[in-house]
Ligand binder design. Structure first.
Ligand SMILES: Cc1cc2nc3c(=O)[nH]c(=O)nc-3n(C[C@H](O)[C@H](O)[C@H](O)COP(=O)(O)O)c2cc1C
Length: 331
């Protein structure tokens, strides 16, 4: 049996598979099952900045003073579930306290945020409740036509959180930033311990019979892993913090590819919705089998073997266009 343990955000994980933020991690029974089936850690469902502010201000009117805030919140976001009840925050903290009594694996809390306003104090409460780390789920509407320096704002948000909490912080990004590589490096320069590449958002589809706009599949497909793979390989030797690859990981083989590219951990969500939580152990078995068959003995041994600096044709990670001589790169 290969050694699947790894280190992420300064935490020792028994496996590199983390259950990403989603509704599945909102139940104690589920999280216990995740631990039993080998999850290295879990990320709780995000609590939304809006919920925190509504609770702070007690009424929506106060929270909407900030026009930017209000604009962002008017977004259609597939898993945005707006609660205005104040108990919501206490429930979130209570859940962290409870789950910490039930499992030994690290529990990472998650906040979806769009501004660097006063909600950041809630991060301290998350820390006091016992979360092992905090994942910031940054979200900005890339379709907004107003000029907005979201890259700068992202760095400011992370910077502010880094000054607020002492637990490790990771930042979950969308791939919709301008100058993505530079932006990620700027975020990593705040001293943040991890970057999650990438978040997945609501996307639309058309119903041709009804001529109406509908939600596309909320779950990812196995082919979706390539964008995180490219960016993980590109960034692994260029940023100081850990990388968690996320998106389209539906098999042990795909998880291995992300680790070979340089990811410290791999987050999975859709594959567990589709196949059940116990599918985690199948993914881990697939990983274990490949590592052994190839004559390696641990995850740390293979990490980054195919990152930008370790492949013989790194230019392929930067290539965007299909060109006639494209095939030559693979000779
Ligand atoms: C039903 C569902 C709920 C989700 N809720 C959240 C959330 O609250 N916060 C968050 O950061 N990501 C959320 N996500 C995104 C996942 O954490 C993950 O980034 C995305 O699904 C890509 O991973 P996958 O291909 O393994 O599904 C959710 C995804 C799904 C399918």
């Amino acid at each position: 049996m290969a050694d699947l343990s790894t280190n992420y955000l300064g935490l020792n994980l028994k496996s590199p598979l983390i259950v990403g933020s989603c509704g599945l991690t909102s139940s104690i029974e589920n999280v216990k099952l995740m631990e039993k089936n080998g999850a290295g850690a879990v990320v709780l469902k995000s609590i939304f900045e809006e919920e925190i502010l509504l609770s702070l201000h007690k009424k929506a009117g106060d929270a909407s003073k900030d026009k930017l805030l209000y604009y962002e919140y008017s977004e259609t976001y597939d898993y945005l579930d707006v609660h205005t009840r104040n108990e919501e925050l206490e429930n979130y903290l209570g859940f962290i306290r409870e789950i910490k009594k039930e499992v030994l694996i690290p529990v990472i809390a998650s906040i979806n945020c769009v501004t660097n306003s006063e909600w950041t104090d809630f991060a301290l409460k998350i820390q006091e409740a016992g979360a092992d780390a905090l994942e910031l789920n940054l979200f900005f509407n890339p379709a907004g036509f107003q000029k907005k320096d979201v890259e700068k704002l992202s760095v400011q948000i992370v910077d502010k959180i880094m000054k607020t909490v002492t637990i490790p912080v990771s930042v979950k990004l969308s791939s919709n930033y301008s100058n993505l590589g530079h932006t990620i490096r700027e975020i990593s320069n705040t001293g943040v311990q991890g970057i999650v590449l990438f978040n997945r958002f609501f996307s639309v589809d058309f119903d041709l019979d009804k001529l109406s706009v509908i939600s596309s599949d909320i779950y990812s497909s196995p082919g979706d892993f390539t964008k995180p793979l490219r960016w993980t390989a590109l960034l692994a030797d260029n940023i100081e913090c850990n990388i968690a690859a996320s998106g389209g990981v539906h098999s042990g083989e795909t998880a291995l590819k992300q680790i070979l590219a340089g990811a410290d951990t791999v987050q999975v969500v859709s594959v567990l919705y589709k196949n059940g939580i116990d599918h985690l152990s199948i993914l881990l078995n697939e990983m274990d089998k490949w590592i052994e068959e190839k004559g390696f003995n641990s995850v740390t041994q293979i990490k980054g073997m195919m990152s930008n600096k370790n492949v013989k044709n790194p230019e392929v990670f930067e290539r965007m266009q299909f060109m006639r001589y494209y095939g030559k790169l693979f000779d």
